[in-house]
Design a protein around this ligand. Structure first.
Ligand SMILES: NC(=O)c1ccc[n+]([C@@H]2O[C@H](COP(=O)([O-])OP(=O)(O)OC[C@H]3O[C@@H](n4cnc5c(N)ncnc54)[C@H](OP(=O)(O)O)[C@@H]3O)[C@@H](O)[C@H]2O)c1
Length: 314
């Protein structure tokens, strides 16, 4: 690939994995040239002994290190992902460490039936769920043809957003069983307005836009659910963890990492302990405004109604 094209693509990917803070009103290129924020430790986690945490996408990348951190604080961590080998190895590692405990649940979030099976298994095995970290994600940002889930939904929308919408709904009885539980949605600074006339992107698709719309959908969901969840004793937050962390997702796109996974872990830890109002979106550990569509209540309602319609058939 010619060097100038590579440079442009690398910049697009950097934006796609997290610097396109559309809501901040800054030009995208200027943002891409900003140095990554300096590493900052989040306030420490409390003792999580006796607490149960589910981290989706914890077989790899950010989720794997978040799971390690939660177990180190004493939690029983429910590991999820498709890779049995990576799931089992993390359970072994946590068991050997004698800090916290873990169990692996295999589930492909590209299937709503598997999301329902995952939720049923979690409810069967656990009496409580103190933390639900919705982290699993896909980013085919260079693709020019869409992929579809088992139910025919555009893959970014299906895995990054809709699977987690369903998971929250299915697990809510367990989540509200104990006060002060939290739902954390790992989104991204990459956000684009959802085109409600073409949500499955059959008319106009780019991978970068599919990823960015799904990441904004997570933020709309967070803000939309926050008031009702709060009435049930549950706080919810969304966040951009860090820009182009050195994970499988970033490596697959062949971009130079700009952040460590450890920085992303601190962003998640911050959301677990923050005293900011429920519904807040964080850029790393800083509360900021997300894309303006997140604050449009009619867009949030549209997304909620669409999600219910899509789930009704499955
Ligand atoms: N990397 C970055 O710089 C960056 C920047 C901003 C936001 N984020 C967000 O951070 C989160 C974690 O990203 P990462 O960089 O850690 O990615 P990663 O290393 O690629 O890990 C993704 C995780 O999601 C799981 N996953 C993917 N597809 C799945 C599916 N269909 N069903 C079930 N699990 C699935 C993977 O597990 P299996 O392979 O075992 O299924 C893996 O555990 C994502 O939501 C991403 O959008 C990342």
């Amino acid at each position: 690939m010619p060097q100038p094209l590579r440079t442009v693509l690398a910049r697009v990917v950097t934006l796609s994995l997290g610097l396109a803070l559309a809501g901040a009103g800054l030009p995208a290129v200027a943002l891409a040239q900003q140095p990554a924020a300096s590493f900052k430790m989040a306030p420490p986690l409390p003792d999580l002994s006796g607490k149960v945490a589910l981290v989706t996408g914890s077989t790899d990348g950010l989720g794997r290190d978040v799971a390690r951190r939660l177990a180190a604080a004493g939690a029983h961590v429910l590991i999820t992902g498709r890779s049995v080998a990576r799931g089992d190895s993390l359970v072994d590692e946590i068991t050997t460490s004698r800090k916290g405990s873990a169990r692996f649940y295999r589930a492909d979030l590209a299937s709503l039936a598997e999301v329902r099976r995952l939720a049923d298994a979690v409810k069967r095995d656990n009496q409580r769920l103190d933390l639900l970290i919705n982290n699993a994600g896909v980013g085919f940002v260079f693709d020019s043809t869409p992929k579809f889930s088992a139910e025919g939904h555009e893959m970014h929308f299906a895995v990054n957003y809709l699977a987690h919408y369903l998971l929250i709904k299915q697990l809510l009885p367990l989540i509200v069983a104990n006060a002060e539980s939290r739902i954390i949605n790992v989104s991204s600074g990459s956000q684009e307005a959802i085109d409600f006339d073409d949500v499955m992107m059959t008319k106009r698709f780019t991978g970068a836009r599919g990823y960015a719309q799904s990441k904004l959908a997570q933020i709309l969901m967070t803000i939309d659910m926050a008031p009702a969840l709060e009435r049930q004793g549950v706080l919810t937050y969304s966040l951009h963890p860090a820009t182009t962390m050195a994970t499988t997702m970033a490596r697959a796109l062949n971009v130079t990492p700009r952040s460590t996974i450890a920085e992303g872990v601190e962003s998640v830890v911050n959301a677990i302990v923050t005293t900011e109002p429920t519904g807040t979106y964080f850029n790393r550990q800083v509360p900021i405004r997300a894309h303006q569509q997140a604050y449009d209540s009619s867009a949030r309602e549209k997304l909620r109604l669409l999600s219910e319609r899509l789930l009704a058939g499955h």
